[in-house]
Design a protein around this ligand. Structure first.
Ligand SMILES: Cc1cc2nc3c(=O)[nH]c(=O)nc-3n(C[C@H](O)[C@H](O)[C@H](O)COP(=O)(O)OP(=O)(O)OC[C@H]3O[C@@H](n4cnc5c(N)ncnc54)[C@H](O)[C@@H]3O)c2cc1C
Length: 451
């Protein structure tokens, strides 16, 4: 047993990363105290109006496997083989994500996944779960974590070191450290917000659309997407500018909501009987990227997951990246016997990768809402897949991110831009068709630049 296990570890936030980390630490015989401000999800109803389902991909799966969780999680998963793109006239076209049978991503309910992780954490006698306990701040100077029991309203402190803060994008721990000048934070809010809506199952309980796809209605400046749920329904999310001509600001009142959906997403609108009611009742969520530096204060406290590096959701990687953080932390426990160097090493490994996925997630918004309709993009995508079939060194960037957890995000970003240049050069010199490209030139460029 590592000498680090002689002290209990505090985890702030039993969301996706916090609950998984509790399981991983418990498997190494650590004592873990988890503080979560929400009620116990094993007793309460899942929270609605937030991102209800999420795309799980290889990086997240690898971390769940390390925690021995995949057998329990597999029944919650719905494979999605590609993007089903819906045109204005209602025609659909499936754009496969990958080309091998196992190159799929999975839709999973956020609340179910979180509940299963919490159940697993709770099975370990050395994990203490404190629900309705809000962390007010971390005070490294005083060496304490300030907490409020929401049941009684009373406040208390516990020794800070070591604490891992997985309290999400709006992290109270991060804010406190920033106020004290111990970390610097930049929060770039996107000028687009989101709202979640439901496409219920048909009367016979069957899905009203193809269930093994992530549906997209790309409309240039905005988009609707929908991911399948186990009960045959879909959770749709509208991503739209906050203000301006086509924006949330203009969607005031039932008539405007209805006519906007009728004109832009007619095939989806007819599958949404509670559109206006839900649109009016559900919260308008904000999106943004959080850049933090450093992620830790000595060996006392570490920010992890969204608390350190929240990103926009357009690559479906926020949770996957947060799970990968947990996996790396778990691996580093084999190499270090003090928290200070472990936290520093984790930040060293992860910060460039977090920056890379933040950038790729922002780029993917334009791809999803706009470029997927562009014939040049489609030709290039077909050529990229052809190159992947012929040359093992060439893996499309989307595939590196989603299906190749052995390739760090920063490397996927770097190789991705080299590959873009190769595609461009093949285009300029020999025409882009996937059938008639210059194979010798492709071989030479790939050998030279992607060794
Ligand atoms: C619309 C949308 C769609 C998304 N889709 C995807 C997707 O398809 N795939 C993907 O990988 N990611 C997706 N994400 C991102 C994903 O939701 C996050 O990256 C992920 O939830 C991060 O996990 P976390 O544990 O760091 O934070 P969270 O899951 O947010 O957990 C934070 C936890 O901390 C608790 N907490 C907060 N403050 C306190 C406090 N002061 N004291 C105690 N507890 C506290 C919260 O109640 C919560 O339980 C999406 C996000 C959004 C907004």
């Amino acid at each position: 047993m590592t000498p680090l296990a002689d002290r209990p570890v505090n985890i702030v936030g039993a969301g996706l990363a916090g609950a998984l980390l509790a399981v991983l630490l418990a498997r190494r015989a650590f004592a873990v105290d988890v503080y979560e401000r929400r009620p116990d999800p094993r007793q309460a109803q899942g929270e609605r109006g937030r991102s209800i389902n999420l795309a799980l991909a290889a990086r997240g799966i690898r971390a769940l496997e390390r925690a021995g969780m995949m057998e329990r999680i597999r029944p919650l998963l719905i494979p999605m083989r590609g993007r089903m793109v819906h045109s204005m006239s209602g025609e659909t076209q499936l754009q496969p994500y990958g080309q091998r049978q196992d190159e799929v991503i999975y839709s999973v309910s956020r609340s179910e996944l979180n509940r299963v992780l919490i159940e697993e954490a709770a099975r370990h006698p050395r994990v203490r779960l404190r629900f309705r306990h809000t962390c007010l701040e971390a005070l490294p100077g005083a060496g304490v974590l300030r907490l409020r029991d929401e049941g009684t309203g009373s406040e208390c402190t516990v020794p800070l070191a070591p604490t891992v803060a997985t309290d999400g994008a709006g992290s109270a721990v991060r804010s406190g450290l920033a106020r004290a000048g111990l970390v610097s934070v930049r929060e770039d809010r996107l000028d687009h917000d989101y709202k979640e809506l439901t496409l219920p199952a048909a009367h016979d309980g069957r899905p009203a659309m193809e269930p093994h796809a992530l549906h997209i209605w790309p409309r240039g400046g905005f988009m609707l997407i929908a991911l399948p749920n186990i009960d045959g329904s879909f959770t749709a999310t509208l991503f739209l500018a906050r203000s301006g001509p086509d924006s949330f600001q203009t969607l005031t009142g039932p008539d405007r909501i209805r006519s906007f959906f009728q004109s832009q997403f007619a095939d989806a609108a007819q599958l949404m009987p509670r559109l206006v009611e839900e649109f009016t009742a559900h919260p308008q969520g904000q999106l943004g990227t959080v850049y933090t530096h450093p992620w830790h204060v000595g060996g006392q406290v570490l920010l992890l997951g969204d608390a350190a590096h929240a990103i926009v959701p357009f690559h479906g990687q926020g949770m996957n990246a947060a799970f990968e953080d947990c996996l790396i932390l778990d691996s580093l426990l084999d190499q270090h016997d003090d928290w200070d160097t472990l936290f520093a090493d984790l930040e060293f490994c992860r910060l460039p990768n977090a920056a890379a996925i933040a950038q790729m997630a922002l780029e993917n918004y334009v791809e999803m809402r706009d470029t997927v309709r562009d014939p040049t993009y489609l030709r290039r995508k077909a050529l990229a897949m052809e190159l992947e079939r012929r040359f093992p060194a060439f893996i499309p960037r989307y595939s590196m991110v989603m299906f190749h957890p052995e390739i760090p995000y920063a490397e996927a970003l770097r190789r991705g831009s080299v590959q873009e240049q190769i595609l461009e050069e093949l285009d300029e010199r020999s025409g882009l068709g996937e059938a008639d490209f210059d194979r010798e030139l492709a071989r030479a460029l790939i050998a030279e630049r992607l060794a």
